[in-house]
Design a protein around this ligand. Structure first.
Ligand code: ZN
Length: 294
């Protein structure tokens, strides 16, 4: 299990799923075969599977151990959750909690769970099934989420035209922690630990947040789904089809990459395949990856 030391903070990736996901041509609304082909030599086979045309995605949490707190950033998809029409996330049974334990953390030891946004693959382990009820997986944790995103998805869950998997996601993975009084609704500048700061990164969802880590002279950015696949560094104008506000998502992605380049912050997204994190170099208005191979 790869562990990174960023200043005084230990960061460990906790894997839920790794493998081929959506076809690239369906995933990016701006997909252009020729442009994509020009990147295939470095994307395949780690980030793209040529034989199937699918992007390789990792679904993981970042376990962040500061001198004072144990924090999980993003909570993956969870086990035993009905996700109609979303086979990748439907009724999973993964050893995610065993992997967390192997990293040295029991559910009782988690102080905060931070959700960059409230999509299906970021809130699942907020809860687990116990005697037919969804209960908080981490009994001593506060669950940190953006007020804007919460209110948006709470309203969506009540609309009859909302996809069933999204309704279920709110009702089985967000609502139970709200009802248990364990949710903290936050906005720009919130700190649950002195070295972690919430910043708004809207576009993928209305209240999407990133979490900035600063410890000693080192920096990292947990960027959630501001981008999904490393091809979106050189092709930073390409959105995912799940970005709710395409123009805003594009603006946010450009600002995020510029910020990482300027501050030498390690970019730690929610879905990059190995080595899962990279530094960013700016060249004019273009960006390049500088992988952190540890
Ligand atoms: Zn995601």
């Amino acid at each position: 299990m790869q562990e990174r030391l960023i200043g005084d903070v230990r960061v460990t990736r906790i894997e839920e799923i790794m493998g081929p996901g959506f076809p690239a041509k369906d995933f990016f609304p701006e997909f252009d075969a020729e442009t994509f082909k020009s990147h295939e030599h470095w994307l395949a086979p780690t980030y793209y599977q040529p034989e199937s045309g699918k992007l390789i995605a990792s679904i993981h949490s970042w376990l962040v151990r500061t001198p004072h707190h144990t924090i999980l950033i993003d909570a993956c998809s969870g086990n035993h959750k009905p996700r109609p029409a979303m086979p990748r996330f439907d009724m999973l049974d993964t050893p995610y909690l065993d992997r967390l334990q192997a990293a040295g953390v029991a559910p009782e030891q988690v102080d905060f769970v931070m959700c960059t946004h409230l999509h299906v693959d970021h809130v699942g382990w907020n809860t687990r099934l116990q005697d037919g009820r969804w209960v908080p997986t981490f009994p001593n944790a506060r669950y940190v989420m953006s007020r804007t995103d919460h209110d948006h998805w709470a309203a969506e869950a009540k609309r009859p035209e909302t996809a069933a998997y999204q309704v279920n996601t709110y009702n089985d993975s967000v609502l139970p922690v709200v009802e248990a009084g364990k949710a903290e609704f936050v906005a720009d500048g919130h700190q649950c630990d002195a070295c972690l700061t919430v910043r708004p990164t809207p576009g993928h969802t209305p209240g999407h947040i990133r979490v900035d880590l600063a410890s000693k002279d080192r920096r990292a950015v947990f960027s959630g789904d501001a981008l999904h696949n490393p091809v979106q560094v050189p092709l930073w104008q390409w959105n995912s089809r799940f970005c709710e506000d395409p123009a805003q998502a594009r603006r946010t992605r450009g600002e995020l990459l510029a910020h990482c380049a300027e501050t030498r912050a390690l970019l730690m997204p929610a879905h990059f395949a190995p080595p899962h994190a990279a530094y960013i170099k700016a060249k004019g208005d273009a960006f390049e990856l500088d992988w952190d191979r540890g």
